[in-house]
Design a protein around this ligand. Structure first.
Ligand code: ZN
Length: 249
């Protein structure tokens, strides 16, 4: 008799267990049913956002554009790199957007303002540098540094246009005309008999040393600028400006 009761108890337990298991699996199944539409939406949302990201990435990959100076850009530079005494007509300048490879090995889109005379040269040079995964640390308008060359160089910012007269003259510098470009200036300082700029470039003054981001005659950046008819500040006789490439207007 006791055995029968035990067996019955066991059967009841098993039944309860079965019901429990059934309801356990049934619950989420129902939820799934109820939430079917939501789930589908989430999935489709996910695939949509994935598509969006891909599209964005594709768009960002290859920007090498040259435009006239828009009102929006002009507002950013007027009174700074485009000083109030600037004698270079706004129409002679171009606003470039350039994809470059950063020191983080990732793609970035930089900005540069140059003379329209060299705009196509620069787009071609920077496109080839990009294809070769040549690393440039930053490419911002010098206006982001309040027009302060030294601050821009210390930050290793590559840039071009910054209007100014050569000190004590009425001659406009090549950067002032938008005809000169500085590349990775911290690693490629301007060295004169009296010192160097930027001030934090001490490590890179000795050009017999080998280090990354050094511009010399074996450097792709040097070769491309030379091919496009620029001269290099590293070839100057007295002072040496290793970051600097310029073309005569
Ligand atoms: Zn320069």
């Amino acid at each position: 008799m006791e055995k029968k009761i035990r067996l019955l108890a066991l059967c009841i337990s098993l039944l309860c267990f079965g019901v429990l298991i059934y309801s356990f699996y049934k619950e989420p199944a129902q939820t799934k049913e109820d939430g079917k539409e939501d789930t589908t939406e989430v999935v489709s949302e996910e695939s949509v956002s994935e598509d969006k990201e891909t599209t964005l990435r594709e768009d960002e990959e290859v920007i090498f554009s040259s435009e006239e100076i828009s009102d929006e850009v002009f507002e950013r530079i007027y009174g700074i790199s485009y000083g109030k005494d600037c004698t270079i007509p706004r129409e002679d300048l171009r606003y470039l957007q350039i994809t470059y490879v950063g020191f983080d090995e990732k793609d970035h889109v930089g900005e540069m303002i140059c003379n329209k005379v060299i705009a196509e040269d620069l787009l071609d040079i920077f496109e080839k540098l990009y294809e070769a995964r040549y690393e440039i640390e930053g490419m911002e308008l010098v206006d982001n540094y309040n027009g302060d060359d030294e601050a821009s160089m210390e930050a290793n910012n590559s840039s071009c246009f910054n209007f100014r007269f050569i000190a004590g003259t009425t001659k406009i510098s090549n950067h002032g005309k938008g005809m000169a470009v500085d590349i990775n200036p911290l690693y490629n300082p301007y060295i004169t008999s009296s010192g160097y700029t930027p001030v934090n470039a001490g490590e890179y003054v000795d050009r017999s040393r080998d280090f990354e981001h050094k511009i010399d005659e074996n450097d792709l950046c040097y070769q491309l600028f030379i091919e496009h008819g620029f001269t290099w500040g590293g070839s100057w006789n007295s002072s040496k400006d290793y970051q600097h490439f310029e073309k005569e207007a």
